[in-house]
Design a binder for this molecule. Sequence first.
Ligand SMILES: NC(=O)c1ccc[n+]([C@@H]2O[C@H](COP(=O)([O-])OP(=O)(O)OC[C@H]3O[C@@H](n4cnc5c(N)ncnc54)[C@H](OP(=O)(O)O)[C@@H]3O)[C@@H](O)[C@H]2O)c1
Length: 288
Amino acid sequence: MSNASLPGGRWKLGDSTVTRFGYGAMQLAGPWVMGPPADHAGAVAVLREVVELGITHIDTSGAYGPRVTNELIREALQPYPEGLFIATKVGAVRDTQGGWPVARRPEDLRKQVHEDLEVLGVETLDLVNMRMGNAEGPQPGSLAEAFGTLVELQQEGLIRHLGVSNVTAEQVAEAQAIAPIVGVQNMYNLTHRYDDKLIDRLAAENIAYVPFFPLGGFSPLQSEALSAVAARLQSTPMSVALAWLLQRSPNILLIAGTSKVAHLRDNVAGAGLSLSAEDLVELDRISR
Ligand SMILES: NC(=O)c1ccc[n+]([C@@H]2O[C@H](COP(=O)([O-])OP(=O)(O)OC[C@H]3O[C@@H](n4cnc5c(N)ncnc54)[C@H](OP(=O)(O)O)[C@@H]3O)[C@@H](O)[C@H]2O)c1
């Protein structure tokens, strides 16, 4: 693996060092993250290309498919290369309609962690995020019982690092009062900047912020200002959106998702774009 040319450099995530340019595996499952991919060989090829490009951080969940992306990761990448860091998340399962019902009782979380271990074929999970909230986003309320179960699983040696996801700033602080976290995974991108203050606080504490939907997720980012900056730089809105995140704060780790090798390569090339002060001012206005 060579990651010398990946944009963004590296970040220390707990006791590991990962490339800031990571990969989100959710898009590898079937439509609406249910069932197998239409192109199985293509999905395996994307994961192998991730490693080939030197990317060392993959984000996944047993709820994707369900099990599908974890099965693909194991099929494509085992034996796992030295230094590959796989982050999962627990707190929701899937119903037959493709919904994401919450499953956060201690027994639910234990089951999800054990399933992730089994399906990924590992003895310890590198990072498990406690996913709170719902499809509308973070919801207020205590995460102590759920997060406490992950702390127990960490003490049992099944989890190396803990994180939280889809959470309010108060819930981040609550988790930190219970046990150290290495990252927060929330929705954030050029048009959705609710977490600006939280990102800065976490940066000061050397805690990673991992934005999900960096490219808008199921609804691609659309903004005249973004298109104008991309056109001026002879680039694409996707590239500008990723480059902006890398420049926004050193603790931001990218996990953009794609089911296509060509898009993965475009994203690696595009995220290295250098944005000028003028570009940044224009991009800042998008969320105002
Ligand atoms: N914690 C949570 O609650 C949570 C929630 C959602 C997601 N996540 C994580 O965050 C990761 C990222 O989110 P995401 O994948 O949903 O959204 P995203 O990264 O914002 O966008 C992915 C979409 O952009 C498209 N795309 C990517 N690169 C492209 C390119 N160069 N040109 C054109 N289209 C491109 C993909 O389509 P193609 O497949 O056609 O490239 C896909 O439809 C997920 O993989 C998952 O690991 C976490």
